[in-house]
Design a protein around this ligand. Structure first.
Ligand SMILES: C[S@@+](CC[C@H](N)C(=O)[O-])C[C@H]1O[C@@H](n2cnc3c(N)ncnc32)[C@H](O)[C@@H]1O
Length: 264
């Protein structure tokens, strides 16, 4: 299946998409390593922000097999630190980086829970990719991110489906409205799956608690911490690249988004 999708991606693209040049990433993870998906996400996460990433210090939370750490370095980031609790994924990342000749002085991977490891470090850009729905500590995480000094935070996350979201009726006092739009859905998820939350203090019977935020909740939290929010235009993306749709059905169907949080 993966090989079939990989051939499709290479055949259909007139220009070589990013991960087709570094196709080791199609083999170092079990977490949606599909060419159309990784290349589509590359446009939203990296290509769109390449000018800003050049020369910057970047933190990659939930760095997984190093896919976005690597892409940021290739876009010209000066240094990237990844935080990832699963050591086997870090080992895969380092092997891939060696294979592609990335200088070891340009990156570090710390193994563990971001809430244990993210302390008083300074970064220009923070990636929170595929993680904001694998935690229940949304506000605390954004607080810690903001304290790094980051001017740009990219949050790529599952969200509640657009049709389920409560419309914003401004101006009203949120304390007096019970159909509050700033919802976060409670979920339990297994900790023995490489794409899910890791074992933490909330774990019981092999599961921990996480929350899937609404779009409004993300904007609300971002504003609280002083960030202006914008979003990647996924509908426009799928008009230009319909071949990406199948491997990105969550983005395509409106239950995953890519947010840019910026400080002025
Ligand atoms: C869905 S994957 C996302 C991978 C990658 N960032 C991406 O967007 O393609 C979620 C990742 O979060 C990591 N993770 C889970 N709990 C974490 C925690 N508390 N701190 C840091 N990373 C965590 C998992 O090990 C996994 O690699």
């Amino acid at each position: 299946m993966i090989r079939h999708m990989r051939c499709q991606a290479i055949e259909q693209g007139n220009q070589v998409e990013f991960f087709n040049q570094y196709d080791q990433f199609y083999a170092t993870s079990l977490t949606s390593p599909f060419p159309h998906r990784l290349n589509g996400r590359h446009e939203a996460i990296i290509a769109r922000n390449a000018a800003f990433l050049a020369g910057k210090r970047v933190l990659d939370i939930a760095s997984h097999d190093g896919r976005w750490t690597f892409a940021a370095l290739k876009a010209g980031a000066a240094y990237v630190k990844g935080i990832e609790p699963r050591q086997e994924l870090i080992a895969n990342a380092v092997a891939t980086f060696d294979r592609y000749g990335i200088d070891r002085s340009r990156y570090d991977f710390a193994c563990g829970d971001v809430f244990e490891l993210l302390r008083s470090e300074t970064f220009d850009v923070v990636f929170c990719l595929g993680f904001y729905y694998h935690t229940i500590r949304h506000a605390e995480l954004l607080d810690r991110i903001e304290r790094t000094g980051a001017q740009l935070v990219i949050i790529d996350t599952e969200v509640t489906p657009a049709e389920d979201e409560v419309p914003l009726l401004e101006p009203q006092d949120a304390r007096l409205i019970f159909k509050n739009p700033y919802g976060i859905q409670l979920l339990r998820e297994p900790i023995d799956d490489q794409q899910m939350a890791c074992d933490d203090a909330l774990t019981r019977n092999g599961h921990t608690l996480v929350g899937r935020p609404s779009r409004a909740a993300i904007r609300f939290l971002a504003e609280h911490f002083g960030y202006a929010t914008s979003q990647y235009d996924w509908p426009k993306h799928f008009v230009a690249k319909p071949e990406h749709g199948d491997a990105m059905h969550d983005y395509h169907k409106g239950w995953r988004e890519t947010f840019y949080l910026r400080k002025s």
